[in-house]
Ligand binder design. Structure first.
Ligand code: NDP
Ligand code: MG
Length: 398
């Protein structure tokens, strides 16, 4: 096999970025493909970015922090790579001519660059879920217009993508969830959970924001919305099932009673390699699944009382319109406040709930209206962040 790709990685310095770089290097080292790297982006981690520049030799790199362009240029001294800084430079990186783009910036900050890649018709490997949650219908409409292909990298959605060969005969999608580090914790114990405890995921090593989302189960809530948009599936046909071993990554039930699942060791290089090689497959040396060693796979229903974030996300999907964007922005803010030690773990979902509950009453516009532009989505995102900060401050003072 010889894979020919020109790629860019948005969020290259993160966890998914590192796994993407590792997959590219392995495919290249095996002689299985020729992969040229057009652009890489990072947030503020210049050291990690420059290490990637030496390994992957991109033409262009960008960081989001506009004040650190001089530092980046110093660190790149002697290397032929061009550099930019600030949100516009990140979007410029996405707009450059790479046929395959990994979208792995964390949060809604991925929206503009992901949109730029879609608007020029690229194949977009979507690890970032927040951009779909905020603006799924707008991004899908843009992709339909330009012919851009969205390949899901989030492990559950990648699993569904792999087994959903007859969507019109699908009866139900089931997203599996590990249950996170607090699956067996009481609410009293969770109330005192620290950021490090919330980030200690049992099966996956990930960035801090998604790790906290996994602990609250908001991650599964965001994934529920992501699945509804990606696969055009109504909320009522998407279930969530807690499966602590993270071996079955999701399931599709068909109208004849058959259920197809995708299984693999919990390693993000697997869905990344799938998206990179699609529609072919690439050989990579991940841990192979040893079911005899695992012994048993277990399942349980999610507890919506201890984990209200999942209920809130389902309600936001039912409401539709701007509700998912407001939910996401309120959650991003609440998670930042929690990681900074300013609110407790249980306050995260409480802040999100407060923002959504008081939305219409606050005169911020009808939340159920459908967004007609990305600017409208960004305006709602900004209001939700302000409201969430105020709600977090009230909880701190209480
Ligand atoms: P990380 O926190 O490890 O990495 C995030 C990346 O985004 C880093 O490169 C970071 O730069 C960059 N970044 C952060 N803020 C900004 C910004 N404002 N503008 C531009 N770049 C920014 O996160 P993960 O890799 O874990 O997750 C990335 C995305 O993938 C998330 O949306 C997550 O939900 C999704 N995902 C992750 C999975 C995982 O296993 N990790 C699984 C499924 C989905 P820097 O570090 O240089 O500051
Ligand atoms: Mg996932």
């Amino acid at each position: 096999m010889s894979l020919q790709r020109t790629v860019s990685i948005l969020g290259a310095t993160g966890s998914i970025g590192a796994s993407t770089a590792a997959v590219i290097e392995e495919v290249t080292a095996r002689g299985d493909g020729e992969i040229t790297v057009e652009a890489l982006t990072g947030g503020g981690n210049i050291t990690a970015l420059v290490d990637l520049v030496r390994r992957l030799k991109p033409r262009f790199v960008a960081i989001s922090d506009p004040d650190r362009l001089a530092d980046l240029r110093d660190a790149l001294a002697g290397l032929p790579t061009q550099a930019g800084a600030g949100p516009a430079a990140i979007t410029e990186a996405a707009a450059r001519p790479a046929g395959w783009v990994m979208s792995a910036i964390t949060g809604a900050a991925a929206l503009d660059p992901t949109r730029a890649a879609i608007e020029r018709g690229a194949t977009v490997a979507l690890a970032n879920k927040e951009c779909l949650v905020c603006a799924g219908p707008l991004l899908l409409a843009a992709a339909a217009k330009t012919g851009a292909r969205l390949l899901p990298v989030d492990s559950e959605h990648n699993a569904i993508f792999q087994v959903l060969d007859r969507p019109e005969r699908m009866e139900k999608l089931t997203l599996t969830a590990s249950g996170g580090p607090f699956r067996q914790w009481s609410a009293e114990r969770m109330a005192a959970a620290t950021p490090d405890q919330a980030c200690a995921h049992p099966n996956w090593s990930m960035g801090r924001k998604i790790s906290v989302d996994s602990a609250t189960l908001m991650n599964k809530g965001l994934e529920l919305i992501e699945a509804a948009f990606l696969f055009g599936t109504p909320e009522s046909k998407i279930d969530v099932l807690v499966h602590p071993q993270s071996v079955i990554h999701s399931l599709v039930a068909y109208c004849d009673g058959s259920v197809l699942a995708q299984m693999a060791a919990p390693d993000m290089r697997i869905p990344i390699a799938h998206a990179l090689a699609w529609p072919d497959r690439a050989a990579i040396t991940t841990a192979r699944l040893d079911l005899a060693a695992i012994g048993s796979l277990t399942f349980e229903a999610p507890d919506l009382i201890r984990f209200p974030a999942l209920r809130l996300a389902r309600e936001a999907l039912q409401t539709g319109g701007f509700a998912p964007a407001a939910l996401n922005a309120a959650n991003e803010t609440a998670v930042e406040e929690f990681l900074a030690g300013r609110i407790g773990f249980l306050d995260i979902a409480a802040v999100v709930e407060e923002v959504l509950q008081h939305w219409d009453a606050g005169g911020h516009g009808a939340i159920a209206n459908s967004p007609s532009s990305f600017d409208e989505v960004l305006a709602v995102d900004a209001v939700a962040r302000r409201l969430a900060l105020a709600a977090a401050a009230r909880r701190r003072a209480a």
